[in-house]
Design a protein around this ligand. Structure first.
Ligand code: SIN
Length: 282
């Protein structure tokens, strides 16, 4: 029987006594999906998944996505190598700002899975912040701005103008596609969405892709969004994972934001990422 222990008061759970390399039964799949909906981030240690095993796990949650904005492995369009080489010193890192993955798509990924292969002795942790708790604790004055309102998401230039300069955003080992018209147009999503299994409401705003709130200009939106981002990335709402090779972490991309820490220059870090889709955010 799998054993689940919460990682913090608000977000994250570690699951033990469940091998993801074996075929996952119907009840195992239901357990994983419900646990993800309830805890938003699931950590499973010592899994050492092969690519086919990671892809099979991904399909437990939904159809695997192929995201053309980040170059995948040459021999597998479903898998991205999240890699920073030891030689990449002084630059940015992939995912090194608070974000959810690809919210500028009509149907952004429902969740993602990272499978750790090579991890520095120290550093390279990933942090997630619960957007259901952030919504629950949002001051009423801000709730009245976002409730019932859409927000505008734009992929261009994969880190909009309010984000740090491009050279600090990604690292050389990961190739990103720029100038794709599908990503660069405005996409509207509700600023507050409902997690379909638990019914919990979550903020769905993205510090790197949300350009403005619907009905407001970018200039009017900026101070409101900045105040919301300060709130929704509070350490109180977050959990931090210290990786070891063999770890698998699964997260809900709709009800969390995540952040890759960049404190391990001179050390190689490699994880494989897959992404699954779900119904459009509502
Ligand atoms: C990501 O944003 O998907 C990468 C997270 C990480 O490398 O820790």
């Amino acid at each position: 029987m799998p054993i689940l222990s919460k990682l913090t008061g608000f977000i994250g759970a570690e699951i033990e006594c469940l091998s993801l390399s074996e075929t996952i039964s119907g009840s195992g799949a239901e357990f994983l999906k419900r646990s993800l909906a309830e805890h938003q981030v699931l950590v499973l240690r010592d899994q050492y998944l092969t690519s086919p095993q990671q892809k099979a796990l991904t399909r437990v949650f939904g159809p695997a996505m192929q995201l053309r904005y980040v170059s995948p492995l040459e021999d597998d369009p479903e898998i991205i190598a999240v890699l920073k080489e030891a030689s990449e010193i002084g630059g940015g890192v992939f995912g090194g700002e608070w974000h959810a993955d690809f919210s500028f798509l009509e149907n952004p990924p429902a969740g993602s899975i990272l499978n750790a292969v090579e991890i520095p002795d120290v550093g390279g942790d990933t942090v997630w912040a619960s957007q259901t708790v952030a919504y629950r604790c949002l001051p009423d004055a801000l709730k009245s701005v976002v409730d019932g309102r859409n927000a505008v998401h734009v992929g261009k230039p994969y880190g909009v103008k309010h984000a740090p300069p491009a050279e600090t955003r990604a690292n050389a080992s990961i190739r990103m596609t720029r100038g794709d018209p599908d990503a660069d147009r405005e996409t509207f999503h509700p600023a507050v969405i409902t997690e379909p299994i638990t019914g919990a409401k979550a903020l769905f705003l993205n510090p790197i892709y949300t350009t403005r709130l619907d009905g407001m200009s970018e200039e009017e939106s900026l101070p409101v969004l900045q105040e919301i981002y300060r709130h929704c990335t509070r350490p109180d709402f977050s959990c931090r994972h210290k990786w070891q090779a063999g770890d698998v972490v699964i997260w809900d991309n709709r009800t969390t934001l995540h952040y890759a820490t960049n404190d391990y220059d001179g050390h190689r870090r490699l994880l494989y990422r897959t992404t699954f889709s779900g119904a459009a955010p509502r």
